[in-house]
Design a protein. Structure first.
Length: 183
């Protein structure tokens, strides 16, 4: 009796099956490796984009600092003929910084009659909305520039009830500066 296949076809060789499995693995690897490479490149591009954003923000801050150093007439004190004018200038600067970083001011209040007003201190309290990444540059711009300003109080609320302000922080900020007096 013969050991041939009952259908009359020869039995497949084990090397052909191994060759087929090897070819199949090579094709799978040729498909998966480029896809993985693309995902790695995408992650690297995102990381480089974040680094570029940080460098741009830093270079803008350096440019502003260089511009402020170039102006020798800038004083560390709030300027104005009266304390009210100095308070208005502080309020204007605060509004400009918030607007420059994409925020929107909803209300503000100047305090020139507070307990330290006799010493020349002017305080401004403002409420504004800004995106979360913009909060740090806003605070930096206020404290790093001239005149010297100090952040007295910072209250941040991240839960926005309306969909129009989704993703934005509601911030209450009190900033103070020193008025030197009329010059």
């Amino acid at each position: 009796m013969s050991t041939a296949n009952p259908l009359g076809t020869p039995s497949p060789r084990p090397t052909a099956a191994l060759l087929y499995a090897g070819l199949l693995l090579v094709l799978i690897a040729a498909t998966v490796l480029p896809a993985k490479s693309l995902l790695d490149q995408r992650a690297e591009i995102e990381a480089l984009t974040d680094t570029l954003r940080l460098l741009d923000a830093h270079s803008m801050a350096v440019a502003r600092r260089d511009a402020s150093e170039a102006k020798a007439s800038e004083s560390a004190f709030l300027e104005g003929p009266t304390v009210t004018v100095a308070g208005a200038a502080l309020l204007q600067r605060l509004g400009e910084v918030v607007a420059r970083h994409g925020g929107s001011t909803s209300s503000s209040q100047v305090d020139v009659l507070g307990p330290r007003a006799n010493d020349g201190q002017v305080r401004v309290t403002t409420n504004f909305e800004a995106a979360q990444p913009a909060l740090q540059p806003i605070l930096y711009d206020l404290e790093a520039g001239m005149p010297c300003l100090f952040i007295d109080e910072l209250v941040v609320d991240g839960s926005a009830p309306s969909s129009a302000s989704a993703g934005k922080l509601r911030v209450t900020l009190t900033v103070s500066g020193q008025w030197q007096g009329p010059q």
